[in-house]
Design a protein around this ligand. Structure first.
Ligand SMILES: [Mn+2]
Length: 368
């Protein structure tokens, strides 16, 4: 038997925080298309069930397109069971829009529900909220002789919260010794798998597509190969995203202008071999002369033909070569000397004031 474990698809995500313009709309469509492609994969590879461990949708405010596409994908794959456990982002609008529940769509509630897939394999789950999240550990009862898959959506206790939205906490160690073979989790957007106890593992599948640069690297789902005779569950991560996001730090220390910075960026990109459909965030760092002009928009434009999307952020620190201004008998020189003597400014503050002042005096735009 083969089962897909996915989570955190966040369909209909507005992507406002991550992208701009037409790309936003395109990526939104791509998120949905990747879900549909995963269902095609299931149809083509004799997958018996798809576990959706929460956050199928990003909000309750669903487009007709997403609602219809997901419904049709489920209805048109009657041989595949869809186990849909709602996460903190999922509202009721999808389920309430269904005229009737497709027989292959299995849902969960605030109390444990166990579904047998075969005589020997079960899928259990419970949807967490603030009232039940502490109570689920004592109420889970599984048959020890079966292969037991359990689904939950929440933040692993002790794991740094990176997502912006509050979710219920899961304490995996409280689920030890319960007869779990595979604990399919959702909420954390990076794939990771850990030993639960002597018998089972717990696993976040991660999201199916990265949306922003806090979701870099390979994204996809977990394919479970279950051998009912040998009593084994073998999970394998399958990268499946249409695009991968990369954050690329580039040290541009010493660059006197945008051209020199771009040369350093180019050098760096040459050593990587990112596919042309990637999304790239260049993070420029290092110390550059206070007089250096650095135009991040130009840097992005320069490389945007090489990739699907490029954005650039400037995290450089300006350094003031005080000596070069000491004897300069110009307004700039006078200004720099004046700032350097200010006693109530930190060195960092002085550098920033000088940088802005010099650009203002040169008639350049001041990027702050
Ligand atoms: Mn979530």
């Amino acid at each position: 038997m083969r089962i897909i474990h996915c989570a955190d698809l966040h369909l209909d995500s507005k992507l406002n925080a991550h992208l701009d313009g037409a790309k936003k709309k395109e990526r939104k469509a791509e998120l949905l298309a990747t879900f549909l492609r995963m269902v095609d994969y299931a149809n083509e590879n004799e997958i018996d069930a798809i576990l959706i461990a929460g956050d199928l949708f990003d909000t309750g405010n669903l487009s007709v397109t997403a609602r219809k596409a997901v419904t049709d994908a489920i209805v048109n794959a009657p041989q595949t069971l869809f186990f849909y456990l709602r996460g903190n982002h999922d509202a009721d609008s999808f389920l309430s829009s269904l005229e009737e529940l497709p027989p292959n769509l299995k849902l969960f509630s605030k109390e444990w529900i166990t579904y047998p897939i075969t005589d020997h394999v079960t899928v259990s789950g419970v949807e967490l909220d603030e009232t039940n999240s502490n109570l689920i550990y004592d109420t889970l009862v599984l048959a020890n002789e079966k292969i037991n898959i359990v689904m939950l959506h929440g933040q692993e206790a002790g794991y740094e919260q990176k997502t912006r939205h509050k979710a219920e906490v899961i304490v995996p160690k409280n689920l030890r010794g319960k007869g779990i073979d595979y604990l399919a989790l959702g909420h954390i957007h990076t794939h990771r798998m850990e030993q639960l106890d002597a018998r089972g593992v717990y696993c976040y599948s991660g999201c199916l597509e990265g949306r922003g640069f806090d979701e870099c690297g390979e994204k996809g789902f977990v394919l479970l190969e279950i051998d009912e005779e040998k009593d084994t569950v073998d999970p394998v991560f399958i990268p499946f995203a249409k695009r991968t996001l990369y954050t690329v730090p580039v040290d541009v220390s010493g660059a006197e202008n945008t051209s020199e910075a771009m040369a350093l960026v180019e050098e760096q990109l040459k050593t990587k071999h990112y596919p042309a459909d990637s999304m790239i965030k260049l993070v420029l760092s290092g110390r550059i002369p206070v007089t250096a002009e650095l135009d991040t928009a130009l840097v992005s434009s320069r490389f945007e033909d090489m990739y699907y999307y490029v954005k650039t952020t400037d995290e450089t620190k300006p350094v003031v070569d005080f000596e070069s201004f000491r004897h300069e008998s110009s307004l700039k020189g006078e200004f720099v000397r004046c700032v350097m003597q200010a006693e109530d400014l930190s060195d960092e503050m002085k550098a920033e004031v000088i940088r802005c002042g010099i650009f203002a005096l040169s008639g350049e735009e001041i990027g702050v």
